[in-house]
Design a protein around this ligand. Structure first.
Ligand code: FES
Ligand SMILES: [Fe+2]
Length: 453
């Protein structure tokens, strides 16, 4: 039964803030991420980036929080990365003050010495025949370091998968530069931004003027197609300029990985299967803080405007508009960016207070998928996860295809059909090897649309 508050919250009455002033609770099923919470357990089935490699260069351990757990991360003098529970198994001093050793880390309080896997190598104050080190371990998680990011698996050991390798981790001529940016809000708000192509029309176009070079056409309302698949949601938003039809594909992989279309491009002639400029994960630090970790893909083939800046990609910085807190409040108010909107929704957006419209289809799909999988894990079932190896990587689709296709009657339906047919080709390319895939996609699209390419 609906509460009195829910019944009255959308009654159409002017000057009636009083009826909808009450606080409603956030949707805890999505937003609580600590140990033993439904969402926290679901998220623990996946590998997540937890640190930048550059954080480990100081020679001192780094205190971090991930999924509500207090942890410490370090690189030992032998080069191994350790991710341990922050508080020492002896009497809970923080290993943030520990001493990094050739192998592992030593607690500063009574000298217990832990290897990177949490096993105790020494308890120097205890008698020679002490059994302690054979009886317990410090909590530890497996890590995998790749391209300047350290990933961790924090779930049940028996459920662990191999680190999933994506094709976009090894696109020829792409340089992957790692970056990381904090947001003082739960993980879902920024995550949902990545599945909402309509915000680009307004936030990145009509409200304050175009914000991204090469993407000035974002001011037009797009035709959008969403396609759910086992590992996530692929969607495309298309706009035309005269005969040119620009299809921008976003790949959303559950639970928190997104790959956008390209940046700093000129899309003034046909092109097929341009690749992404961004691979990014939004990782919950706790219920009300998240941290994006990702790579900016630099490449000379697609980013022809050369307006990217490698020097501006790193810790708390990335080289495109409105992604961090580091502008004055006045600037942020006058020309708000992505960071400003998802943080402005509050530490925990209250879904019951929203009124979703037709532009929110992606958000609705995402929440439904997440809820289903969160409940599956809560009921002891397994969920689909990305699998891929460097030899046979998981295929991704973020990027742009531009076709020369003049408008027709019922043009929006035609555009939708084109997007679906390009998506069909993309998906059919999964059977190809990575090296054959691009030729297959080009060939199939030029067969379907011979005059468009
Ligand atoms: S608290 Fe760490 S060794 Fe005692
Ligand atoms: Fe955006």
């Amino acid at each position: 039964m609906k509460s009195k508050i829910e019944e009255t919250r959308w009654s159409r009455k002017a000057f009636d803030g009083y009826s909808i002033r009450n606080q409603l609770n956030p949707d805890s099923e999505f937003l609580h991420v600590g140990p033993s919470t439904p969402c926290g357990e679901y998220l623990r089935r996946f590998w997540h980036p937890v640190a930048m490699s550059s954080q480990l260069d100081s020679g001192t351990p780094v205190a971090i929080q991930i999924l509500g757990e207090d942890l410490v991360i370090f690189r030992d003098l032998g080069g191994q990365v350790g991710l341990l529970h922050r508080h020492c198994a002896h009497r809970r001093a923080s290993l943030e003050f520990g001493r990094i050793e050739e192998r592992g880390i030593r607690c500063c309080y009574h000298g217990w010495h832990f290897d990177v896997d949490g096993t105790i190598l020494e308890t120097p104050g205890e008698p020679e025949d002490s059994k302690i080190r054979h009886e317990i371990c410090q909590g530890a998680y497996p890590v995998h370091e790749f391209q300047g990011l350290v990933f961790a698996y924090m779930g049940p050991p028996e459920e662990m998968t191999e680190f999933p390798f994506l094709d976009s981790m090894a696109i020829p001529d792409h340089d992957l530069l790692p970056y990381s940016i904090h947001s003082p809000n739960n993980w879902l708000q920024e995550t949902e931004n990545a599945i909402d192509p309509f915000h680009s029309v307004f936030l990145h176009g009509r409200i304050s003027g175009p914000q991204f070079p090469g993407l000035e056409h974002f001011t037009e309302l797009p035709v959008v197609v969403y396609r759910s698949h086992a590992e996530g949601i692929l969607y495309s938003h298309a706009r035309r300029t005269g005969d040119l039809l620009r299809l921008r594909f976003h790949d959303y992989l559950l639970p928190n990985l997104a790959q956008n279309g390209g940046m700093f491009q000129v899309m003034d002639k046909p092109k097929i299967f341009g690749r992404t400029s961004l691979t990014k994960w939004v990782v919950p630090l706790n219920d009300t803080n998240s941290r994006k970790f990702g790579w900016r893909h630099f490449n000379d083939k697609d980013e022809v405007l050369r307006q990217g800046s490698r020097a501006d990609v790193g810790w708390e910085t990335v080289d495109f508009y409105g992604q961090t807190a580091h502008r004055t409040h006045d600037e942020r108010q006058r020309n708000p960016g992505d960071w400003d909107v998802w943080t402005s929704q509050g530490p925990m957006n209250v879904h019951k207070r929203e009124y979703l419209g037709s532009t929110d289809k992606g958000v609705v799909m995402l929440r439904a998928r997440l809820r289903k999988d969160i409940r599956a894990v809560a009921n002891g079932k397994s969920v689909t996860r990305i699998t891929g190896t460097p030899k046979n990587p998981f295929r991704t689709y973020g990027g742009d295809t531009v076709l020369s296709l003049p408008p027709v009657e019922n043009d929006n339906q035609y555009i939708e059909d084109v997007m679906n047919s390009v998506m069909d080709v993309y998906e059919a390319s999964e059977k190809c090897s990575i090296s054959e895939r691009i030729d297959f996609i080009k060939y199939e699209i030029s067969l379907k649309y011979p005059d468009a390419v």
